[in-house]
Write a new protein. Structure first.
Length: 276
């Protein structure tokens, strides 16, 4: 396990330490990367000098990203304005739908849920054309709503929270009904407090998924100034120092969110029933 952990953490450590190098040191160590085509023809040495520790620690690359590159901050906020509504919307919709599928009795409930979750195994490419046509008909192309609205009504959150709510004894709901509570009060006063670990796990999984999305913005957003940060990182060419620093800043929100909600996340994954 230690060996596996080291292998998984090594790229992150290399990215962090290299982001603290000066531009000159990065050029010396990784200059051959720009000569790969020549190396393939046998005219250059293709090997780079992979260093773990910088000779001189500097925040020069972070300054270039945060101060000298306004495009980074613009696309960072593009990502925030896309991801936050998706997480908030899908969490609310998923919680309400999961309550209906797990605690309400109505005709065809199981069959409807089965049809609903059949969309989960489908890759993005399968639903690409229908989503594109629908966004075009609704006039949503080149708008963040073309990404936000399908994300809000995705099936994953419903499936996850339903599995979590199935373990809540129905006796709690019966007791609340005897006290005169309706479904809205039961949902907000009883169900929501009891599924906090599941909600935390869902928020983290959704954040990681949509923070890293690339295909949807490239297809639905023609304007490069509306695209998220994940697309910007893939467009950095030849500026390795900026790439290292931007990658670390890009990972920071995910790492901080996981550290903040680590306990809830682990508990939510264990209890949500995803393992089954």
């Amino acid at each position: 396990m230690v060996i596996i952990a080291v292998l998984l953490l090594f790229p992150i450590v290399i990215t962090f330490t290299n982001s603290l190098m000066t531009e000159q040191e990065i050029g010396i160590n990784y200059g051959p990367i720009g000569q790969m085509n020549k190396a393939a023809a046998g005219r250059e040495n293709p090997f780079v000098n992979l260093k773990l520790l910088p000779d001189q620690v500097t925040l020069e690359q972070y300054g270039k990203v945060l101060v000298g590159s306004p495009r980074y901050l613009m696309m960072f906020w593009n990502s925030v304005f896309m991801v936050v509504p998706i997480i908030a919307g899908q969490t609310l919709v998923a919680a309400l739908a999961a309550y209906a599928f797990s605690k309400l009795q109505f005709r065809g409930r199981e069959h409807l849920f089965l049809v609903y979750v059949l969309t989960m195994p489908m890759p993005f490419q399968v639903t690409l054309v229908p989503n594109y046509i629908m966004a075009d008909k609704l006039g949503l192309l080149n708008s963040s709503n073309a990404i936000i609205l399908p994300g809000i009504f995705a099936a994953f959150g419903v499936f996850m929270l339903r599995q979590f709510m199935l373990d809540i004894p129905y006796a709690y709901i019966e007791a609340a009904k005897m006290d005169g509570a309706g479904h809205s009060r039961i949902f907000y006063k009883i169900i929501i407090p009891m599924i906090k670990p599941g909600l935390a796990a869902l928020v983290i999984l959704l954040f990681v998924d949509y923070w890293n999305m690339v295909e949807q913005p490239l297809i639905f957003l023609d304007d490069p100034f509306k695209q998220p940060l994940s697309v910007y990182l893939s467009s950095i060419n030849g500026e390795l120092g900026i790439a290292f620093a931007a990658s670390m800043l890009y990972m920071a929100p995910m790492v901080l969110l996981f550290l903040y909600a680590e306990t809830y996340f682990i508990e939510g994954i264990q209890l949500s029933g995803i393992k089954g």
